[in-house]
Design a protein around this ligand. Structure first.
Ligand code: ZN
Length: 402
């Protein structure tokens, strides 16, 4: 290792000034030159402290940035007592470093975070519901509003109103103030800090203290779309998407609609009607085929002689027919075992106390790659291949006969 960097391992963190947070002065800054001021070794990795940084650390519901320092990937960023730590697996060569953030990831978080503020502000104004939790997930952004079971109408109104502010491109101001200065702002949530309070003001949409990074104008959020709402600890958890996430969701859903149109040879407006019609058709066909299966089962059963045990493996009738055959044969037999290689399934039923079908299935079915089970007197199973069902059937037969 370069000797120059050795000294940074000796630095007492308590003597350092807080890291200068460039992402607050300009959240659009993608690259910067900074100086290493301390290095900590932690297990297999290093934590680098810079005099100033463009990397946003995890906090306030917003995940940390990713990027690189001298082309070395930064895999996590955390802040403690005003000092920002950049997590890397190797060290750069010199103490003066160039860093770069993954701006696509950052801008996504800015869109989601600013959209979240606007939606929360609107819900408070419209319905008096306060935001009690916020999370930017991989897929959705969620907020927990302290209103039990918000209705569909409330959600639509909140979404429309938030989008109106976004389309109006309301300006987003970020102000640093103290407890006294804070009195001038109609902030949405009480806060405990006394100085260096960051206020994010979004025109008529919202005003809230926040340590995250935000867009300059609400128009950059693009659009906000609520995806679902569910009950959560007596509140309503709302999942939504902003900006590119909403656009990508629209693209995916549009692709699904396009495929459905092709699959159903239908206009978009007729898709639902066509699917409903198909469901009705399937239901009618099922009823019809059940009648045919019962007739078939009756005919097949006529040619099967009464016996203590009846066991047959079929290659021309499906499992649903077997179930009908089984119930007829039970009138002239104590144990009925029927299998089919049409859909590789087996059903077994017995009135004989000496046999425990459920136990046999449980102990043996997995070694034949099958699934299933049952009780002492009745069990069913299914298999991937013809060979497996035949082998399992043979094994069960040898058990019953013995
Ligand atoms: Zn915030």
């Amino acid at each position: 290792m370069n000797n120059e960097l050795n000294d940074f391992f000796e630095v007492d963190i308590a003597t350092l000034n807080p890291t200068n947070k460039l992402y607050y002065f300009n959240p659009y800054m993608i690259e910067a030159s900074s100086n290493i001021v301390a290095i900590l070794k932690d297990k297999e990795f290093y934590k680098i402290v810079l005099d100033e940084t463009i990397f946003y650390p995890e906090g306030g519901g917003q995940p940390s940035d990713r990027g690189e320092i001298e082309e070395i990937p930064v895999f996590d960023v955390k802040e403690k007592d005003g000092i920002v730590y950049h997590y890397v697996n190797e060290l750069p060569k010199n103490s003066k470093v160039k860093s770069k953030i993954d701006f696509n990831r950052r801008f996504d978080f800015m869109q989601q975070h600013s959209g979240e503020h606007a939606l929360s502000g609107v819900i408070l104004k419209l319905f008096g519901g306060a935001n009690k939790g916020f999370h930017i997930g991989e897929q959705f952004v969620t907020i927990d509003i302290n209103i039990k079971d918000m209705t569909e109408e409330m959600l639509i109104e909140a979404e429309n109103e938030t989008n109106r502010y976004i389309f109006e491109n309301q300006k987003v101001d970020q102000i640093v103030t103290d407890t006294e200065g804070l009195k001038a702002y109609p902030i949405r949530k009480e806060i405990t800090a006394e100085e260096d309070i960051r206020v994010v003001s979004m025109g008529e949409a919202d005003c809230c203290a926040c340590c995250g990074t935000h867009v300059r104008n609400l128009g950059e959020v693009g659009i906000i779309k609520i995806i679902k709402a569910e009950s959560y600890k007596g509140m309503t958890r709302i999942s939504f998407l902003c900006g590119y996430r909403a656009l990508n969701d629209y693209k995916e859903k549009n692709d699904i609609i396009k495929s459905l149109k092709k699959e159903l040879s239908s206009e978009e407006s007729m898709i639902l009607t066509k699917v409903q019609k198909q469901r009705e058709d399937i239901s009618a066909l099922k009823k019809q085929s059940d009648i045919i299966r019962k007739d078939l089962a009756k005919n097949i059963s006529l040619n099967i002689k009464a016996d203590e045990t009846i066991a047959i493996i079929f290659d021309d009738v499906d499992f649903l027919t077997l179930v009908h055959i089984e119930s007829i044969l039970l009138e002239k037999s104590n144990t009925v075992i029927l299998a089919t290689t049409v859909d590789n399934k087996i059903t077994a039923v017995t009135k004989n106390d000496a046999i425990n079908l459920g136990q046999f299935f449980k102990e043996n079915i997995k070694s034949y790659n099958g699934k299933g089970g049952g009780s002492k007197d009745k069990a069913q199973g299914s298999f991937e291949t013809k060979e497996e069902i035949i082998a399992f059937y043979t094994s069960l037969m040898s058990k019953i006969v013995n």
